[in-house]
Design a protein around this ligand. Structure first.
Ligand code: NAD
Ligand code: ZN
Length: 387
C-alpha cells in the first residue's frame, strides 16, 4: 500500500522502458507514485512484433531513438531522475552500432543535460558484470587475485582453466568486488565500460549524483524470446520448447550469477532513493554462482522436457569463465534479492507458456556468429572430424 509514498510527484525518465529491465522498473516506479516517461525506439531485434503490450499505460511513452539529439533533449525535459536502461546488448555481430547506441548515446545524453542546464537530480546507468575481464579468483599462494581473460590459444585446446596472474596455478572462483579491474573483452563489454565511466566522470564534474549499476545476468518475464543473442535462460527455454537440447559453450561448468528482473528493478529504486551509492560502480547480483549446465537441467526439469544439454566444444573468445557478483556494497545500502533462481525460472516459464508460437532463433544465429568469428571451436575436436 505504498502507492502514494513520499516520492509522489518525482519524475523519472526510463530509457529502454519497453525492454526487460526498463519495463519492470517503470511498473515499480509507477506503483511507488512516480511520474514516469519512457523513451524507447522499439529496437526490432528485441521487439520483433512491434510495441509490446506490457508498456505501462500510466507512463508517458515516447517512441524514438536516444541517439537523435532533439529526441533525447525532449525526453529529458521536466525530469528528476534518469534511469538509463536503453542499450544495444548481447553478443551481436555489429561493432559500430554498439559504440553508437551505447557509448555515443550516453555521451550525448550527458552533454544535453549539461548544455541545456537541466535540473536533473540523479543519473543511474545500467552497467553490467560484462565490464570485468574475468571473475576474481583465489590462489592458494596469493589469495584474492584478478585473473586476465583467458587467451584464445589456450581455449582452442579445450583448456578452460583460469590461472593465477602471479604464479599461474589454477584459481578457485570467488565473488568479484567492484574494485576488480574493468576490461571490456567484448565489444558490448567495452561499451558498458564507456557508459559507466562517462556517467561517473560526468557526475564528478557536474556535481550531479551518478550511479553505475553492474547487473548480473538478468532474466524474467518479458525477456525477448526473439533475440537469440542474449539471455541464456530465454535461449534454453526456447530450445527446449522446440524439442532441441540446450547448447553449452565450453564444458557447461562455467558459472554465472542470475538476478530476477524485479530484484534489479528494486536495486534501481534503492539507488535513486539512497545517497549511499552515489558516485560509485555497484554490483547487483545474487552473490551466488550457478554452473550453466545446472541452469539447463533446472529448466528442462521444470518444463518436464528431458533433453540433456549438449556441449559442442565451442567457445566465445573474451567470455569469462566464472562471474559471481560481490554484493557487499549494495547489501550495505539495504539491498537483498528476493526471488530465488528456482522461483524465477518458474515465473519465467509461466510467462513463456502464455506466449503464442515460441520459435527457436538460436540455431540460425549461432551459424552467423560462427561465420563472423564470435563463436570458435576447439581445434582438437575439429581435427578429430572429417574436415
Ligand atoms: N539482461 C541482462 O542480463 C543485463 C545484464 C547486465 C546489464 N544489462 C543492461 O541493462 C539494460 C537493459 O537491458 P535489458 O535486458 O532490459 O534489454 P532489452 O533489450 O530488453 O531492453 C533494452 C531496450 O532499449 C531499447 N533501445 C535499444 N536501443 C535504443 C535506442 N537507440 N534508443 C531508444 N531505445 C533503445 C530497446 O528497444 C529495448 O526496449 C541495458 O543497458 C543492458 O546493457 C542487462
Ligand atoms: Zn598465485
Amino acid at each position: 500500500m505504498k502507492t502514494h509514498g513520499n516520492h509522489h510527484g518525482k519524475r523519472a525518465l526510463v530509457t529502454g522502458g519497453a525492454g526487460l529491465i526498463g519495463s519492470h522498473l517503470v511498473d515499480l516506479l509507477v506503483r511507488e507514485g512516480w511520474r514516469v516517461r519512457i523513451l524507447d525506439n522499439i529496437e526490432p531485434n528485441t521487439h520483433k512484433q512491434g510495441k509490446p503490450a506490457w508498456i505501462n499505460e500510466q507512463a508517458e511513452f515516447l517512441e524514438g531513438d536516444l541517439r537523435d539529439r532533439p529526441t533525447i533533449t525532449a525526453a529529458l525535459g521536466a525530469i528528476d531522475v534518469v534511469f538509463h536502461e536503453a542499450a544495444y546488448g548481447g553478443y551481436m555481430p555489429e561493432i559500430a552500432k554498439y559504440v553508437h547506441v551505447n557509448s555515443f548515446g550516453t555521451a550525448q545524453l550527458l552533454e544535453v543535460i549539461r548544455e541545456e542546464n537541466l535540473p536533473i537530480k540523479k543519473v543511474i546507468v545500467a552497467s553490467s558484470q560484462a565490464v570485468y575481464s574475468e571473475g576474481a579468483g583465489s590462489c592458494p599462494e596469493h589469495g584474492l587475485v584478478f585473473p586476465a581473460v583467458r587467451p584464445v590459444q589456450q581455449l582452442r585446446t579445450g583448456d578452460w582453466t583460469v590461472h593465477c596472474p602471479i604464479c599461474g596455478v589454477a584459481t578457485a572462483t570467488v565473488p568479484t568486488p567492484e574494485n576488480a579491474p574493468v576490461g571490456g573483452e567484448t565489444v558490448y563489454g567495452l561499451t558498458k565500460v564507456d557508459q559507466e565511466k562517462l556517467v561517473l566522470l560526468w557526475g564528478k564534474q557536474s556535481g550531479i549524483p551518478a550511479v553505475a549499476l553492474r547487473y548480473s545476468c538478468t532474466y524474467g518475464p518479458r525477456q525477448s524470446i526473439f533475440n537469440p543473442y542474449t539471455g541464456v535462460i530465454a535461449i534454453f527455454c526456447t530450445r527446449l520448447l522446440n524439442d532441441l537440447p540446450p547448447v553449452l559453450y565450453e564444458d557447461g561448468e562455467q558459472t554465472r550469477d542470475f538476478s530476477f528482473v524485479e530484484d534489479i528493478a528494486r536495486a534501481n529504486l534503492l539507488a535513486a532513493e539512497s545517497d549511499q551509492l552515489d558516485g560509485l560502480p555497484v554490483n547487483v547480483g545474487s552473490g551466488q554462482g550457478v554452473p550453466i549446465r545446472e541452469v539447463a537441467e533446472q529448466i528442462s526439469e521444470a518444463l518436464g522436457i528431458r533433453l540433456p544439454p549438449e556441449a559442442t566444444g565451442e567457445f566465445r573468445p573474451g567470455e569469462m569463465r566464472h562471474l559471481t557478483s560481490g554484493t557487499d556494497r549494495i547489501r550495505a545500502a539495504g539491498y537483498e534479492p528476493r526471488v530465488s533462481l528456482a522461483e524465477g525460472i518458474g515465473r519465467y516459464l509461466e510467462w513463456i507458456r502464455g506466449q503464442a508460437d515460441v520459435k527457436e532463433y538460436f540455431s540460425e544465429a549461432a551459424e552467423i556468429l560462427r561465420s563472423k568469428g564470435i563463436v570458435h571451436r576447439v581445434v582438437k575436436e575439429a581435427v578429430g572430424k572429417s574436415e
